[in-house]
Design a protein around this ligand. Structure first.
Ligand SMILES: Nc1ccn([C@@H]2O[C@H](COP(=O)(O)OP(=O)(O)OP(=O)(O)O)[C@@H](O)[C@H]2O)c(=O)n1
Ligand SMILES: [Ca+2]
Length: 479
């Protein structure tokens, strides 16, 4: 009876309290589109790693907020559908204390370079829409390329559980192995990884202390080297003169045609050095689908000649030797997933073969096979595959040896790989510099031990009782 009472008390007394959940919203205002992410975590476990989970992602209709520069008020209106959805997802009583952050990336950096007033107008338009919701608005700003790289690195390592690996007594002495982060957007691309070598340029160096460990991290964000801006640059290299308005482009499948206005093409600051005054106002692009020629054209955008450091990636940017494993996400993942090349066992040579084969397919055939994929995406997979290979190999220095160290990641444990989660974790102070104190036993182990000792106690009492009774029994037997 006593033992039963002990077990019942242990279980009832130590029953975990009902979970008190917290929520956070981050808007990723990218150059090509905006996504609204909703995160959830148990309030009492805030400082553990891997406890924050994405519970919803909403893709805003239309293009990125920088595309509303001609009519800034519409930028704010475009967010309403997804923000209304956030109001349905987050319990009403929690909404007032739910922080909302908007971070804009390379599309807005380019707009600010072109016209800072318009960039401010777009930001205040999205800000006033977000303020009109019952959440706790924390600001809408353009994040730096360095932040974008750093938060992407934090996100993937947090989700992969790398920060708390080896957090036992001995493990605390060594640095946990982390994944480098490769992020390919529409207008910029980021590379971020831990480097043991000296980081020769101050602007590429970050230092973090997370969960009791220190990390020296290299990061660089290449503005204009996102997929869409790289494509513009590639096209701008072959703009014909006024007498001719057709471009034969090896980076599009044969039979594909696209019309584009030179004004639109030239509107980006990324093309500043490639503008020619005699260009026709409209051009027609005709695909010829040739991987080798496409690769040659794409490589023209990487300047490998000048470097004032001991070593560079391209355009004179310092980059130490690649170290460790890498997680490649956003457009790296979208494109490689479409080409069915995300399996880690596929060698670099086989990836090249697959991109080459895709480029050589007639457009009509591609269109027939994938009628549901948005034409903008579908038409660009030949270019995108070629560009990704060129950027990773020619730009960052990956090769047949270390290609296997790249994992193409879409979601990790249900949350999208990207900078937004890391951004929120940092702004809500959810990543402590030192390891938080945690009781030596988990709730489950505590209950288990209580039950075990109670059974042991019952067993001991029973054994004693039986052995005390024994002589009496024996006596009874003799009688
Ligand atoms: N299924 C998809 C989805 C997107 N894309 C392309 O992937 C690129 C990058 O998308 P994304 O990572 O969303 O870029 P943004 O965040 O909008 O851009 P940035 O980070 O540079 O601001 C875009 O060119 C988009 O057209 C694609 O090819 N296939
Ligand atoms: Ca992005």
């Amino acid at each position: 009876m006593g033992a039963v009472a002990l077990i019942t008390t242990a279980v009832v007394q130590n029953k975990p309290l009902p979970k008190n959940m917290k929520y956070g919203i981050v808007l990723d205002a990218g150059s090509s589109h905006t996504s609204v992410y909703i995160y959830e975590w148990p309030a009492e476990k805030e400082n553990d790693t891997g406890v924050v989970q994405q519970i919803d992602a909403c893709k805003v209709d239309g293009n990125g907020i920088s595309s509303y520069a001609h009519d800034p008020p519409v930028a704010g209106l475009s967010l309403q559908k997804c923000m209304d959805k956030a109001r349905e997802v987050i319990p009403e009583q929690q909404q007032r204390e739910t922080p909302v952050y908007l971070g804009a990336t390379a599309g807005m950096r380019l707009l600010r370079l072109n016209n800072a007033t318009l960039a401010d107008e777009v930001l205040s338009s999205v800000g006033s829409t977000l303020r009109s919701y019952p959440f706790e608005f924390q600001g809408a700003r353009i994040i730096t390329g360095q932040e974008e790289g750093a938060y992407g690195w934090i996100t993937i390592n947090y989700l992969l559980g790398n920060f708390l690996e080896n957090s036992g007594w001995l493990g605390r002495l060594k640095q946990s192995a982390t994944f480098g982060a490769l992020d390919l957007g529409g207008a910029s691309t980021q590379i971020t990884f831990v480097s043991k070598k000296e980081i020769e340029s101050q602007e590429n160096s970050l230092h973090f202390r997370l969960y009791g460990k220190s990390y020296d991290v290299y990061t660089h964000s290449y503005l204009c080297y996102g997929k869409d801006q790289a494509l513009r640059r590639q096209i701008a290299y072959t703009i014909p003169d006024a007498n001719n308005s057709t471009i034969l482009d090896p980076c599009f499948n044969s039979g594909y045609r696209r019309n584009t206005s030179t004004k639109d093409l030239y509107s980006s600051p990324c093309i500043a050095q490639q503008r020619i005054s005699t260009a026709p106002s409209n051009i027609e692009i005709k695909g010829t689908g040739n991987y080798q020629l496409c690769k040659q054209k794409v490589e023209m955008i990487f300047n490998k000649t000048q470097c004032t450091y001991s070593q560079c990636s391209f355009n004179g940017i310092f980059q130490p030797n690649l170290e460790g494993e890498f997680g490649a996400f956003s457009a790296y993942y979208f494109v490689m997933d479409f080409l069915k090349l995300t399996n880690e066992k596929i060698s670099l040579e086989r990836v090249k073969e697959a991109v080459k084969t895709h480029c050589s397919r007639p457009w009509e055939e591609v269109l027939k096979e994938f009628p549901k994929i948005k034409e903008k995406y579908l038409s660009e997979y030949c270019f995108s595959g070629t560009y990704i290979l060129s950027l990773l190999e020619n730009g960052f220095g990956f090769n047949s040896e270390n290609w296997k160290d790249i994992s193409f990641l879409g979601k990790i444990k249900g949350s999208d790989a990207g900078w937004t989660l890391g951004y929120m974790l940092n702004l809500t102070n959810m990543i402590p510099a030192e390891l938080p104190y945690s009781p030596p036993l988990s709730h489950g182990s505590y209950i288990g031990l209580m039950v075990f000792f109670s059974i042991l106690l019952v067993f001991i009492i029973l054994t004693c009782w039986l052995s005390l009774r024994k002589p009496k029994c024996l006596q009874k037997g003799i009688i």
